[in-house]
Design a protein around this ligand. Sequence first.
Ligand code: FAD
Length: 516
Amino acid sequence: SKPLLLVLGDQLSHDLAILCDAPANAVVALCEVKDEGRYVPHHPQKIAMMLAAMRHFAEELRQRGVSVHYSRLDDDDNAHSLIAEAERLAERYACDSIQAVRPGEWRLWQAMQARRDAALPWQLHEDTRFFTTPDDFAAWAEGRKSLRMEYFYREQRRRSGLLMEGSEPAGGKWNFDHDNRQPLAADAAPPAPPRHRRDTITRDVLALVAEHFDDHFGDLTGFNWAVTRRQALADLRHFLANALPDFGRFQDAISDAEPWLFHSRLAPALNIGLLSPREVCEAAERAYHEGRAPLNAVEGFIRQILGWREYVRGLYWTQMPAYKTRNHLAARRQLPDFYWSGDTELRCLRRAIEMTRDNAYAHHIQRLMVTGNFALLCDVAPEALCDWYLAVYADACEWVELPNTLGMVLHADGGLMGSKPYCASGKYIDRMSDHCRQCRYDPKQITGTHACPLNSLYWHFLERHAERLSDNPRMALIYGSLRRMTDAKRDAIRQQAEAFLARLDGEESYGGGTQH
Ligand code: FAD
């Protein structure tokens, strides 16, 4: 027998299940296809990173003596869908089966499953590069009333042994988040990321992407993503030495000037397979044991990967396809045009969108509490917001983007992922960032021409969704404040918010005031 081994763009790991003990006659296929590049307008940096990483990985395989077929976007005979292209290649190389590993998208997994009994059968394998499989998650979730991440995470700590002292968590606590909520200190100096060299492969890809995708949102100039394992390891070392020690304390901080702060920038490399989550967590744990980083930072960092990343993946695979259609708060507004231009007077939104345009990156709190919170408060439709997040970030893959956007940000899954919506007013942005000082709006005012729109939107959101949210014990305090407001104050707030939303919708229908 002779298999075709289909390696997807986010499976660039030499220890991928189908590559580990591949027979000598196997043909490995890597395919650039238009179908995958175009269904949302991906950021040019994201496309360039994927293509450059795929081309480098194909070279590495060839150097290891593997026979590789690499389909390029501009090949004349390219079938331009993964299924069709793999089947075309299998025939061409006289293979009798196609082997593939679970992809990052339900849609593609279904398409593969449907070909299992085809004349040229697809043999499908579990992805072993995570700490857990979807079956592990399903077993954990079974019979539980609530699927809180924190409990899942504790089980993964025990299972992996990461940051454990016998059966107890290191430092006597599972979670040190209490220490991790500081705004950026005036004297904090976030490190500049290392600059990666652009070899011929990368330069060719950048030229190709500049030519074919210049109509997509996003600037290619500052491209600096790791496209080889070697570069990804350099980013990891840089993070451990320069940013991890302060990762914890400034994890929630937002800066008007600094896009990366003390974040790792490792999500793209993790998601396409250049780094394994296990090696990254183990490296961080070593930094703690060797006294190079404090426990609150290391625990906070490991929780993001061992906890959140595995948890959202489990949720995705066990809840799809229904998950994608959920809309608990019946949100219907289209995405404001300025998400594609940054053309808004709200300084926090403008800067988050500009950074996204320049870097194909915004850190977690910008995604959750700036672009996410605004969309939540304005009832933006889940589908519209999900498409945006999937398009604009270098690390965006559906399995991780969807639960974060639909569940964590929009509360559209009815509280499966978070027990309450992360809604916030301008006060939060003022506390955690330096944006408001440079904004034309005042975070301390709720009504009037200078009032930060987030404030009236916040109360308006709570009032609008009282039926669904006011019974939530975690929201009791805030609904208490709403109830104690005078009718006159509530009316004024409602009018302020409705006027803002009407302007937002007006701009939409004219497409005016904004530019792409
Ligand atoms: P760090 O802050 O350095 O965190 C370390 C690592 O932890 C990340 O690299 C990532 O692998 C993991 N991680 C952290 N938070 C999460 C989380 N909530 N869910 C899953 N993994 C997490 N992450 C993606 O990888 N792809 C996405 O498409 C994506 N979409 C998101 C959409 C929204 C609306 C929100 C709120 C979050 C999203 N995230 C996504 C999670 C998180 O924001 C990014 O992983 C993180 O910002 C990437 O930057 P970093 O590597 O510097 O992360």
